[in-house]
Design a protein around this ligand. Structure first.
Ligand code: PLP
Length: 399
């Protein structure tokens, strides 16, 4: 009899973590590995936010709070949604939790059970399908089209819908492609949802503030008539460089928010009190540091895209958002390494780049669309240049 629960059979270790482990092992052996694998920027949390956290601790904000967040942080989230997105939520339509990930987890667990289907466009953030499976549901993967910036069409969405469909999960700007849906494109997808009552929409807006070209749009603002079926998830991890503080928030219909809160009350209770206070400061404080950081990211993006397109066998378009490039590596498949091994998949290519070039990338198979490599360019400029040089050299050595 296994001591592990059968549900563990539904989960895989995060495939991005597998590459991270490989990179860590090589680094521990003293090798200088350049890691394009991590979904994290090298920027520090801004000083005024750090100070708010420190003052909170010193001021005794070190105790349990209301499960769904303090009144103060929820008011700040309310202000953020009004200011940035034109969305009006009452406080009972808002929840604060331990990262956007926990809120997605709570929303799916609160609504999905055996027999339910969740439509997930591919390539997707690695956690969506596993969270759905953990809840007993079935992920229904709809592949985006490379030539359409990896976005799905209303026709493809329409075809994927069945009487068992519970959710459509949208993520724009997208991890792993940087794809951005315009307001019109969202409207066209939401028109399909309008025709199918009983389907919820989750909009994962975590990369909202990392947009280089085009305008960010969010479903609840594009289609207010559907707002009672839309959950908008966001957080401070990416926009405010606060991944380690673990704070996310969501706005949606109060019946769903209160179910998510019940789940949270039986798992983590509240997000850390001092981190809620730092988040309050982040959301209502000066936002101008973002513009300067965005320009630095844009320079990096352009550098990486140019270098990759000059590399034999790799091809990519310039992504309009987030800090990832999803590179087509089809032309490398079938090629031979110096020791005679044939590259048969994007996983083989990722392993080759790790072994031969000492560069960490994540194979597209992790995100449900192959053959691609995800390059996360949140690194300092020196590593970016050197990493691209190594990739180019390693691809040039293939036979
Ligand atoms: N959604 C997407 C698409 C992400 O890439 C991430 C983190 O990488 C998250 C959600 C979760 O972010 P957090 O839990 O740090 O708020």
């Amino acid at each position: 009899r296994s001591l592990l629960a059968p549900r563990m059979g539904q989960l895989r270790e995060s495939p991005t973590a597998v590459v991270a482990d490989l990179v860590r092992a090589m680094t521990a052996k003293g090798e200088h590995v350049i890691n394009f694998g991590e979904g994290e920027l090298d920027f520090e949390t801004p000083e005024f936010i750090k100070q708010a956290g420190i003052s909170a601790i010193e001021g005794g904000i070190t105790r349990y709070t209301a499960v769904g967040g303090t009144i103060e942080v929820k008011k700040a989230v309310q202000t953020k949604f009004q200011r940035d997105n034109g969305l009006d939520f009452s406080l009972d339509q808002l929840i604060v939790g331990t990262g956007g990930k926990q809120l997605i987890f709570n929303a799916i667990l609160a609504t999905v059970s055996a027999g339910d289907e969740v439509i997930i466009p591919a390539p997707y953030w690695v956690s969506y399908p596993d969270i759905v499976r953990l809840a007993g549901g079935t992920p229904v993967i709809v592949p985006g089209e490379d030539r359409n910036g990896f976005k799905i069409s209303p026709a493809a969405l329409s075809k994927a819908i069945t009487p068992a469909t519970k959710w459509l999960v949208l993520n724009s700007p997208n991890n792993p492609t940087g794809a951005l849906y315009s307001a019109q494109e969202l409207d066209a997808l939401l028109e399909v949802i309008a025709d199918n009552p009983g389907i919820l929409v989750m909009s994962d807006d975590i990369y909202e503030h990392i947009v280089y070209e085009g305008a960010f749009a969010t479903p609840a603002a594009v289609r207010p008539d559907l707002a009672d079926r839309i959950l908008t998830v966001n957080g401070v991890s990416k926009a405010y460089s606060m991944t380690g503080w673990r704070i996310g928030f969501a706005g949606g219909p109060s019946w769903l928010i209160s179910a998510m809160q019940v789940l949270q009350s039986q798992s983590t209770t509240n997000a850390a009190a001092m981190c809620q206070e730092a988040t309050r400061a982040a959301l209502v404080g000066p936002q101008d540091f973002m513009a300067e950081r965005l320009e630095r990211l844009r320079t990096r993006r352009d550098l990486v895209v140019a270098a990759l397109n000059q590399t034999q066998g790799l091809r990519c378009d310039t992504p309009p958002g987030a800090f990832y490039v999803y590179v087509n590596c089809q032309a490398l498949l079938g090629r031979k390494t110096a020791d005679g091994a044939i590259l048969e998949s994007d996983t083989d290519v990722a392993k080759y780049l790790a072994d031969d070039a000492k560069v960490g990338v994540v194979p597209g198979t992790a995100f449900g669309l192959s053959p691609y490599l995800r390059i996360a360019y949140g690194l300092d400029d020196r590593d970016l240049v050197e990493g691209c040089r190594r990739i180019r050299a390693a691809c040039g050595r293939l036979n």
